[in-house]
Design a binder for this molecule. Structure first.
Ligand code: ATP
Ligand code: LTN
Length: 325
């Protein structure tokens, strides 16, 4: 029996190259070795205010992006979170297993709630519990995510262990899969902050659907460090970040990247990086346009059916162990 992976992304904003290199690219690579579930987490999206029409469109757009990036629906299960009501049901149960104190320690709540708990939604507070439910419903072995999700994975493991201890062995304990390189792609404008969809400064992120001129302009205007060397060096985060993107998109080794740019200036480096990025995104952007709404609906409803058959088994055993029915 193959081991299982589960992961997801929110249908909010535009997916950027950080989401791709930190998560999506690894999903594509891992899908053949694992039984894979890839979810569009629209219930997570409404933890912050969303325009209903936009959310609906973005949900299908994200499915297109998964497929264009190389998720094969014949191999992997692709579905929308809200189509499988077990996610919300298990989240309720796990809310009753979670402690206020442990959720208060989640850094994402502090970041996304902008430190104003009084105004943030209760959904945003309990967001990590819904995420734990996503993962635990599928008896997941491995969760491929970026660095920013590590704390949520630790919570997921704690909740599963607590439940198993209190009610009997029910959930498999999942491990995070955080790639050794690319788990935290930084903003092109503020290299001490991660590249983020919700960043107001659009120039800090390369979006997967940015046109060639926009990609080139953003890279040309990316901040650099003092000095001239193009090497991986923690004390020079801006160049290291750009070189990391180059490294991952070209597949060249780190040493090859450094020697390739030895003696060359930032100008040459940036124009090569821009070219590599534009060429990498070109076939992907072409593919995104190819999926018809009808095909998508068929894939998503098949995915939901498959997901439900697994999720309902887990929820049934959770309820029965708790004496719920
Ligand atoms: P953002 O953080 O960009 O506002 P988000 O919190 O809405 O996005 P998702 O779109 O749900 O996040 O994230 C999808 C995946 O992308 C997650 O596994 C996340 O860890 C990963 N990810 C997000 N930003 C980065 C980044 N800058 N570098 C690497 N991986 C990232
Ligand atoms: N919180 C994640 C998205 C997410 C997720 C999940 C990732 C929701 N449920 C389950 C992995 C597994 C984020 O990236 N913002």
């Amino acid at each position: 029996m193959k081991k299982r992976i589960f992961s997801g992304a929110q249908p909010t904003g535009e997916l950027h190259i950080g989401n791709y290199l930190g998560a999506l690219k690894n999903w594509v690579a891992l899908q053949h070795d694992y039984e894979s579930f890839f979810c569009i987490v629209n219930l997570h999206a409404v933890t912050l205010p969303q325009d209903p029409k936009v959310l609906k469109k973005k949900t299908l757009d994200l499915a297109r992006i998964y497929l264009a990036a190389g998720i094969d629906p014949e191999v992997s299960t692709v579905f929308i979170q809200s189509d499988v009501s077990e996610h919300a049901e298990l989240a309720w149960v796990l809310n009753c297993v979670s402690r206020m104190g442990e959720l208060e320690r989640m850094t994402q709540f502090k970041d996304k709630g902008r430190g104003n708990a009084e105004r943030a939604s209760v959904g945003l507070f309990t967001y990590p519990v819904l995420m734990a439910s996503d993962i635990l419903l599928y008896q997941t072995d491995l969760v491929p995510v970026g660095q920013d999700q590590k704390q949520h994975l630790e919570l997921t493991r704690d909740l599963a262990e607590r439940f198993n201890r209190d009610f009997g062995d029910t959930f498999r304990i999942p491990d995070p899969y955080i790639p050794p390189v690319g788990a935290a792609i930084m903003s092109l404008k503020e290299p001490d902050k991660k590249m983020s969809k919700s960043d107001e400064n659009l120039n800090g992120s390369i979006f997967l659907l940015d046109d060639p001129d926009t990609v080139t302009r953003k890279i040309r205007k990316a901040v650099t460090d003092s000095g001239t060397e193009i090497t991986f060096d923690e004390s020079r985060p801006a160049i290291t970040n750009l070189l990391t993107i180059y490294h991952l998109l070209t597949g060249k080794t780190a040493d090859e990247c450094e020697s390739h740019f030895e003696g060359k200036g930032y100008g040459v480096f940036k124009s090569e990086l821009a070219e590599v990025t534009v060429e990498y995104l070109r076939p992907f952007q072409q593919k995104v346009k190819e999926f018809e709404d009808g095909d998508l609906e068929r894939i998503l409803s098949g995915g939901a059916e498959k997901a439900r058959s697994v999720a309902s088994e887990t929820l049934k055993s959770v309820y029965s162990r708790m004496g719920i029915r």
